[in-house]
Design a protein around this ligand. Structure first.
Ligand SMILES: NC(=O)c1ccc[n+]([C@@H]2O[C@H](COP(=O)([O-])OP(=O)(O)OC[C@H]3O[C@@H](n4cnc5c(N)ncnc54)[C@H](OP(=O)(O)O)[C@@H]3O)[C@@H](O)[C@H]2O)c1
Length: 343
């Protein structure tokens, strides 16, 4: 695949306008999440794009409820975070890249938390179980911005008591990405364990900075000056401007070639843009993460979030109808913690 133009949704500038944090809004959430159309078919609401074109292209449509098959559950979604990838889907970046070819509409949202309302044969999860999960892949007609979702149990894990569903929903996509970046990096070599995490104040970067010491990495986070307290609070070193010479760089800020240039000869680089991997140079091992579901891993990450060992952050909760507003706000940059939709 050829090099693509870097879209607005994954670019970042130091001049991003900061948005004031809003309190989590539970007053607008719905308590019922399916209704019966005049035809007698039960339906639920979900956000999609028919013709991509940014936030204005997001539509809320009614679709029929489907029953879970073998190994699947139907979940009443309580929370669905808005992530940078969703801006790319709504804006048509992944359509242009040839990764989406939906005949009618494309679903939005990769992660969720909610409650099991129906279980298919062999699913092994009782209705009433609180769960969080990852729906991966670009080319799909429905996403997690929905009142209901039918998903395989292999894509989710139970949410531990003491962790609310809005916070839990922010763990699957970016927690698993951080863990899978660590799989690519492996255990830190003895005497060569200096890891620079670019974008350490972001979702992936924050989780990675928290998890990497377990594999022996000594982490320094590259972030904005105003993020110093957060990054140091993770136990990481902090810098706003890194010099070259790192044993490894995990580039969650998508700086790309400038981040590769910070790796020492023979070191390691892990990127987060599978469609734009910097060319290897100077004996550096170059890898790129593509997140995939992992139920048992997710279970551990949720437990860690419940005990305060993972920085799961919510910026604000909004009703599903405000998905486009959340996209506009995220596109401006500088948001810390996720916008979470409450369908
Ligand atoms: N390949 C995969 O499987 C996968 C999975 C998940 C995520 N991703 C990708 O990973 C990237 C990060 O996702 P995320 O959810 O962590 O995004 P995020 O929460 O927006 O975090 C990105 C962070 O990088 C910071 N940043 C950007 N440029 C910087 C710079 N020059 N210096 C210092 N900090 C800088 C941002 O700060 P400002 O907000 O101030 O710019 C922000 O704190 C996205 O591109 C996402 O699409 C890939």
């Amino acid at each position: 695949m050829g090099e693509l133009q870097i879209p607005q949704w994954c670019m970042a500038t130091a001049e991003h306008k900061r948005l004031g944090a809003n309190p989590v809004n539970t007053a607008t959430s719905r308590t019922t999440s399916s209704r019966t159309a005049t035809s007698g078919t039960a339906t639920f609401r979900t956000a999609v794009v028919r013709t991509p074109g940014g936030p204005d292209a997001i539509e809320i449509i009614d679709v029929p409820v489907t029953e879970p098959g073998p190994g699947q559950v139907r979940v009443r979604v309580a929370a669905a975070p808005v992530n940078p990838v969703d801006l790319g889907v709504a804006g048509g970046f992944f359509h242009a890249a040839g990764l989406i070819d939906q005949p009618a509409h494309t679903g939005l949202g990769w992660e969720f938390a909610g409650t099991v309302v129906a279980a298919g044969p062999g699913a092994g999860l009782a209705p009433g179980t609180r769960v969080a999960g990852l729906v991966d892949g670009f080319d799909r007609d429905f996403g997690t911005y929905a009142e209901q979702l039918v998903v395989p149990v292999t894509a989710l894990a139970a949410v531990p008591d003491g962790l609310d569903l809005v916070t839990a929903s922010t763990v699957p996509l970016n927690g698993l990405t951080a863990a899978q970046i660590l799989d690519l990096l492996g255990d830190a070599p003895a005497g060569a364990n200096r890891l620079l995490v670019t974008g350490a104040a972001g979702a992936v970067g924050g989780y990675l900075a928290a998890l990497a010491p377990e594999r022996g990495w000594q982490v320094t986070g590259l972030a904005r000056a105003e993020d110093e307290e957060f990054v140091r609070g993770l136990g990481a070193g902090f810098t706003t401007r890194a010099e070259p010479g790192w044993d490894a760089v995990a580039d969650t800020a998508t700086l790309q070639e400038p981040a590769l240039a910070l790796v020492r000869d023979g070191g390691a680089f892990v990127g987060v843009r599978p469609n734009a991997v910097p060319a290897a140079e100077r004996g550096i091992t170059v890898a790129v993460v593509m997140v995939h579901p992992d139920s048992s891993r997710l279970s551990g990450l949720l437990a860690r979030a419940a005990s305060g060992g993972l920085p799961a952050r919510v910026h604000a909760a909004l009703p599903l109808d405000r998905a486009a507003d959340a996209h506009r706000a995220l596109a401006k940059g500088g948001v810390r913690g996720r916008y979470v939709l409450r369908p």
